[in-house]
Design a protein around this ligand. Sequence first.
Ligand SMILES: N[C@@H](CCC(=O)N[C@@H](CS)C(=O)NCC(=O)O)C(=O)O
Length: 213
Amino acid sequence: MKGEHLTDEYISINPNAVVPTLVDDGWVIIDSTDIVDYLDKKYDPNSLRPSSSSETGEMYEWMHLARDNHLSIKTYMYGNIGFLTSMKKSEEEMEWYRQRQTFDKELLAFHERFSSLEGITSEHVKEAEAIIDSCFARMNKRLENNAWLAGNSFSLADIAWIPQLVILKAAKYPFENYPNLEAWKKSIMQRPSFKSAILDWLPNTEKKTEKVS
Ligand SMILES: N[C@@H](CCC(=O)N[C@@H](CS)C(=O)NCC(=O)O)C(=O)O
């Protein structure tokens, strides 16, 4: 990251100062979960969601679980990948951030911790791992008898989770207790859209995620 998200201009459209942000037809949408929901409704009506309302409810549940656990995944990543420490904010940057990012208090607390001298400790990583494990145990159970997280076809629920799996795999997250995630991950990685959306941008992804366990 070049730090372009930490500018007055960017924070005026995204009060969390994180990417992504979608600006479309004058609408500003700031969370990836809401962005994929918006794009699916507007540009390819309902192609990536189940038809029944109960399955649609399940889809949103998985999407919200991914969103709500984002900080645990971030904690695991930043606590485990050495080079990410270069992303620590200086005291001056932290002061800028504190004064302007008043929207998401937990995200602020994460950055205070990450940029402090002590940084993210192994205790923090352990706590994050326990939360991620509880999500993965739920997903693994669902995928025991189902190919997809919600309904009978690929949906926004799968889209919300696959990037988390890919980055955690790159951070060497222990996946051995979740064998069903492997088959699910493979079928997503074989989709042409995975190639155009992920592999063409991050060519090493395939190598890093070849085997989940
Ligand atoms: N829940 C948000 C999370 C966004 C997020 O944390 N993005 C990361 C990049 S993947 C970021 O901008 N990090 C910079 C920072 O936290 O300062 C979403 O899914 O849009």
